[in-house]
Design a protein around this ligand. Structure first.
Ligand SMILES: C[S@@+](CC[C@H](N)C(=O)[O-])C[C@H]1O[C@@H](n2cnc3c(N)ncnc32)[C@H](O)[C@@H]1O
Length: 412
């Protein structure tokens, strides 16, 4: 069945913002009547910020980044939606600065974040930090690390060392930004120009713009985004042109820390099952992908198929010049024409083996649809015009989103 794809992370996760999370770091949302007013204002700000506050957990970053280690050698990494005091992306790169042989690490935060500089506690209870002068409380800030040493001499460079570095190492910079830290602002773009690889979880509401900017500046990137982004015309074009592909983590259900509440039992169970406390601001967000243009081993692996084409098993769509395949593993090895496959194909896509034609989208943006249904054809003609249609025992049925591909090396 064709399903409407959710449009925001909060919608996807079922998160709602009516009740603030009861966690110490969101205490700014609570208190007296007067504070309630400001709490409403904060929630309003959260709405205005389009529910973009989802903080990635370190373990999820580590799981993906372990595949790319050699590609970071001697590189300048920029985390441009990342308050150094909150972001686990920053924490990951700072802690692994030497192991990855990074040249430089840059992180900038975004001022309008409703919980900017208030949460996650990157440095935990490290009181030594409190003495640092000039840490902006509400401004966006930038942090540039050029050099690290294992200052406490325990053989490892850890987060305590970073704190020490910031205080002592003149080669590192920590200062407020002039503007609000918007990734599109001139000072952020200046930093972007210095960077080789951008790694972050950007605001989903600005995903199109975010990607466009990375492409415009010809940057390497590894970023988190929702599955839904694949269906954006602009993003799909990049996938088709092999300028963007999926990382290792595909269609993941993730746990993020967030100021938005989700009281659904299923959410709580999932979060608990992953070892987090749902009452502490953790929520499930399904259908998350890593998107990248860094090379991955998996995109060079040939898929092996075992089925041969037969018109009975692989019906042609009624409205596209293509056959339907419901499972990627069922792609007929010998078929030369266009094949409609589920979106999960992108997890396995090897550009040497397959060519991507386009997506069978509702907008028919590439004009590939050969038929538009009317009331004369079927009562549910509107639904039928949403995607590829198969005829099952004379009944027309729309199938879920399909990507149209061609095998470059069909086997006879
Ligand atoms: C999904 S959160 C991820 C935060 C962090 N990168 C992480 O993974 O934990 C996106 C972040 O981008 C920030 N943000 C929203 N709009 C932005 C913009 N225009 N420029 C830079 N950052 C922005 C939000 O405040 C939020 O903190």
């Amino acid at each position: 069945m064709y399903g409407r794809t959710p449009s925001t992370r909060a919608e996807i996760s079922g998160a709602n913002d009516r009740a603030p999370v009861k966690s110490p770091r969101t205490s700014l949302f609570m208190g007296t009547e007067k504070k309630k007013k400001s709490s409403n204002k904060n929630l309003h700000n959260a709405n205005k910020a389009k529910k973009d506050e989802f903080y990635t957990q370190l373990i999820d970053i580590e799981k993906e980044l372990k595949h790319y280690k050699e590609q970071f050698k001697n590189k300048v990494v920029y985390c441009n939606c990342d308050d150094p005091f909150e972001s686990n992306f920053f924490k990951y790169f700072a802690s692994n600065f030497k192991a990855l042989k990074l040249k430089r690490l840059i992180a900038t935060s975004y001022k309008p974040s409703p919980i900017a500089n208030t949460q996650l506690g990157l440095f935990g209870d490290d009181k030594t930090l409190e003495s640092i002068k000039g840490r902006p409380k509400t401004n966006a800030n930038k942090l540039i690390i050029n050099e690290v040493d294992d200052l406490d001499g325990d053989g490892a460079f850890d987060i305590r060392d970073i704190a020490e570095q910031l205080k002592k190492n003149k080669n590192n910079e920590w200062s407020p930004l002039e503007g609000d830290g918007d990734f599109r602002s001139p000072e952020s773009i200046e930093l972007l120009k210095q960077a080789d690889i951008v790694v972050t979880n950007p605001p989903f509401s600005l995903f199109r713009e975010y990607i466009a900017q990375l492409i415009e500046h010809n940057k390497k990137f590894l970023i988190l985004g929702n599955m839904n982004a694949i269906t954006y015309k602009e993003v799909f074009k990049l996938i088709k042109e092999n300028k963007l592909w999926s990382g290792y983590g595909f269609n993941m259900s993730m746990v993020y820390k967030t100021p938005y509440n989700n009281d659904l039992e299923a959410n709580k169970q999932f979060v608990k099952g992953k070892g987090y406390n749902p009452n502490d601001g953790y929520v499930k967000v399904p259908a998350v992908n890593w998107y990248t243009n860094l090379d991955t081993g998996k995109r060079h692996e040939n898929l092996v198929f075992y089925k041969k084409y037969s018109s009975k098993e692989y019906p042609k769509y009624d409205n596209y010049e293509a056959i339907n395949v419901d499972k990627v593993s069922d792609i007929p090895m010998d078929y030369e024409g266009v094949i409609g496959v589920p979106i999960t194909f992108l997890d396995k896509y090897n550009p040497d083996q397959f060519e991507i034609i386009w997506i069978a989208d509702r907008q028919n943006s590439e004009g590939l649809r050969i038929k538009t249904y009317t009331i004369e054809d079927a009562k549910n003609y509107n639904d039928l015009n949403r995607g590829p249609v198969v005829s099952i025992n004379g009944e027309l049925k729309v199938v879920y989103m399909r990507i149209l591909i061609k095998n470059k090396k069909p086997q006879k």
